[in-house]
Design a binder for this molecule. Structure first.
Ligand code: ARG
Ligand code: ASP
Length: 734
């Protein structure tokens, strides 16, 4: 009896949890009608699934692009104007900058089409059509097939299918596995290659708060930049040409300047990169108890040293700003992930879920025959993989954060290319490498790298067991008294790779000589010893376990879908187009603390620190604030909105994604998540997981009032969806 009641209680807990997390999920746009439309409408959506994804007419999806393959962007005018984040456009903005015209520091605004700046290599990819090709891809695949044979057969099936796919010559076909390889989807895409920079605010707006505020709420960052998609005269994708024309898109997003309120329905449309929502408990444990602590400890040590130098030395501050930001971005996210899983008892919830799964499986003979033991074996495999996975993380962090090792790597790669192309190609390959190295050394300080090496070598060798390091590297470590300082000092003193001048002099020797000399360089020798030891003792062993994990994870995924069949499943993010929806809502990060939904320019001024590299505020913006010169973009209370949060389920790659209102109008620009909720990649919890967006009114205000680029706002279509509603409400009140 008691057990029965307990079971009921558990089942209702599960259901409750499901209702509460109605906003979990990154859904495939072509399946919304089938899976989500009803719920989306119940939550407030006023359009239909067919308005979001439609192959017969222009729909919302035709305004969304994968921006360069690493971010999302959206078309916001009939002339191909593209909106994305400042941190997504960062590299382009940097590449156009010089000491004389520093667009990162001062911002950049093209006042006419001629001033828009081309960015070779940058792309914008539209999704033309999505098809489920699971049947064709998996034809002939048998249970228990050898993994290599399975992969080869699927590959063959897909290649055989491709010629029959209807598409234009200028379009591409991309196939992606979903649900760990239980399903396959095909994407017909159209990629534009002439993408020009149109506008960017200064970093003191676009990156306001920088690393201190990164992953944090309350946030006050105007994280946006503008580009324009250019096409050939026929409107089709074309390589850059001065006389290309602005794209006339199938659809562009109207912009609502009515603002957002608590509980408003929002959806975020974009290209999320990677999530792991269906791990077994030991897989999740490995991340939060093994991998995250390992990666965080290595980066912690590196960041402390770099920060120390940056605070003392103006030049180092400039040289290391971007590197520091990217190292700190992962570091901070992983800390949030560990803490979030712990605070929400994510592991306990996984274990409870597995208990329920196992109980149901055992009560169903047909399913039991298929899946008995799968979960236990999978958990056991994660335990077995654990030490190797963690050792791999330590190794990756060691070689990533000591830059000198990456110089050795580049040198060896270059020599390999010469080996392949013949000795005559040496000069050409050498020049190419020197060009790259010139750029790298511009932002390099040997004394910083050397100190980082001292700290990371000590940490690496004292933490990672010698059997994962290998004899040769350990030998070198022992020759140096097992001392990071001694090891690093020797290497940095004797290497020929630690400055551009030395590097160039080294490569100026005859190729035959270099071929031998390269292995005598202490940096390269040590790096190779570390790498060989790692490949033999960690990588190769782990790879075999990971193959087994992949296979069982696929079976476990299928089993979950059949056993927990009331649950609605969405495939893990894999850089394909997805839509997620939720509500504008605050949250409580800890006892007695409650966060509001939005921030204003008042908050920017509260954080303002004159001259600070994270919290300075440009004079012009301070003037606009003083005069409350906000134009039509202010809130009804007269304040200038800056950012807001909602319960949309997003991840890396969703940066630059549009936040849309119930009608599909643009209301915000996604750029981050809150720290307490970064665990959403493995453990989404609707109570505290929030995505962070720039309020679109702040974007327009900066373009119009701050930059004086009103002509860009004039290109857009501003709408007032709430105006219709307001008089009615006022009538009611009267
Ligand atoms: N945390 C955001 C994302 O994961 C923004 C990163 C850019 N900003 C920074 N300060 N690093 O990409
Ligand atoms: N900041 C991330 C990005 O660049 C978004 C996120 O992780 O929430 O894609």
């Amino acid at each position: 009896m008691l057990r029965f009641v307990k079971g009921l209680l558990f089942a209702s807990c599960l259901l409750l949890q499901q209702a509460a997390s109605a906003t979990e999920g990154m859904w495939l746009p072509q399946l919304l009608g089938q899976l989500n439309e009803k719920e989306m409408k119940a939550m407030g959506m006023k359009i239909s699934a067919a308005d979001i994804y439609n192959v017969n007419r222009g729909s919302l999806k035709d305004a969304i692009v994968s921006f360069g393959g690493f971010c999302t962007g959206e078309v916001i005018s009939s002339q191909g104007l593209l909106l994305t984040n400042h941190h997504c456009g960062y590299r382009s903005i940097q590449q156009h900058s010089s000491v004389g015209s520093n667009y990162l520091a001062d911002g950049f605004w093209a006042m006419n089409r001629q001033q828009e700046l081309p960015n070779p290599g940058l792309t914008a990819t539209f999704i033309v059509r999505i098809e489920d090709i699971t049947k064709q891809a998996l034809a002939g695949v048998q249970n228990g097939m050898d993994e290599k044979d399975r992969a080869a057969l699927i590959n063959k099936n897909i290649e055989a299918l491709k010629p029959s796919i209807k598409k234009e010559a200028y379009q591409d076909v991309l196939v992606k596995p979903m649900f760990e390889g239980n399903q396959y989807f095909l994407f017909v895409t159209q990629t534009y290659k002439d993408i020009r920079l149109v506008g960017a605010p200064p970093s003191s707006i676009g990156k306001f708060g920088a690393d201190t505020d990164n992953w944090m709420w309350p946030r006050h960052t105007g994280d946006f930049s503008l580009f324009r998609i250019y096409a050939g005269k026929d409107g089709l994708p074309a390589e850059y040409a001065a006389d290309n024309v602005p794209l006339s898109p199938k659809h562009f997003l109207p912009i609502s300047i009515d603002g957002i309120e608590k509980n408003d329905f929002t959806m975020v449309f974009g290209f999320p990169g990677r999530t792991n929502e269906y791990l077994p408990s030991e897989g999740m444990r490995l991340i939060v108890e093994g991998q995250d602590p390992a990666r965080v400890s290595m980066r912690d040590a590196a960041l402390k040293i770099i920060d120390g130098f940056m605070r003392e030395d103006e030049q180092i501050k400039i040289q290391y700003a971007a590197k520091y930001a990217s190292t700190a971005n992962g570091w901070k996210k992983w800390i949030g992930e560990m803490q979030g899983v712990e605070r929400t008892k994510g592991l306990d919830r996984k274990v409870a879920y597995e208990t329920e799964y196992t109980k149901r499986l055992n009560n169903n003979n047909a399913l039991k025959q298929l899946y008995a033991g799968v979960l236990d074996s999978l958990n056991a495999l994660y335990i077995k993989a654990g030490p190797y996975v963690v050792a791999q993380d330590y190794y990756n962090e060691l070689t990533r954060n000591i830059e000198l090792f990456s110089f050795s790597n580049r040198l060896l790669n270059m020599l390999n290319k010469v080996k392949k192309d013949g000795p005559d190609s040496y000069t050409e390959h050498k020049e190419l490498l020197l060009k790259t190295m010139k750029g790298i050394f511009q932002d390099y300080s040997m004394k910083v790298d050397q100190q980082v090496a001292v700290a990371l070598l000590d940490l690496y060798f004292s933490t990672v067991k010698s059997r994962y390091i290998g004899g040769e590297a350990y030998q070198i470590w022992m020759e140096n008294n097992k001392d990071g300082k001694m090891t690093a000092n020797k290497i940095f003193a004797l290497t020929a790779l630690s400055s551009y001048e030395k590097f160039e002099a080294f490569l100026d020797q005859p190729y035959e000589k270099i071929q031998n000399l390269v292995y005598q360089d202490p940096a390269t020798r040590f790096m190779m010893a570390l790498r060989n030891g790692f490949v033999e003792n960690v990588y190769n062993v782990n790879k075999d376990i990971q193959d087994e994990i992949d296979q069982l994870q696929r079976v476990y995924m299928k089993a979950q879908m059949e056993v927990m069949n009331e649950r609605r499943f969405y495939p893990d993010a894999n850089s394909t187009m997805r839509i997620t929806y939720g509500k504008v809502d605050g949250y409580s990060p800890r006892d007695a603390v409650q966060y509001n939904i939005s921030t204003t320019l008042e908050g920017v001024m509260e954080k303002y620190k004159p001259g600070d590299y994270e919290f300075d505020v440009p004079g012009k913006l301070r003037d606009l604030y003083r005069d409350k010169d906000y134009g039509p973009y202010k809130r009804s209370d007269g304040k200038m909105p800056v950012c807001f949060i909602a319960s949309n389920h997003t991840t890396g790659g969703n940066s630059g994604s549009p936040a849309l209102d119930a009608y599909g109008n643009l209301v915000g620009l996604n750029f981050d998540r809150t720290w307490e909720g970064t665990m959403s990649d493995i453990n989404y919890d609707a109570k505290i997981c929030r995505n962070i967006m720039v309020d679109i009114r702040y974007v327009l205000f900066i373009i119009d009032k701050y930059a004086g680029a009103k002509h860009l706002v004039d290109e857009m279509k501003l709408v007032h969806p709430k105006a219709k509603v307001r008089p009615m409400m006022e009538r009611k009140r009267a």
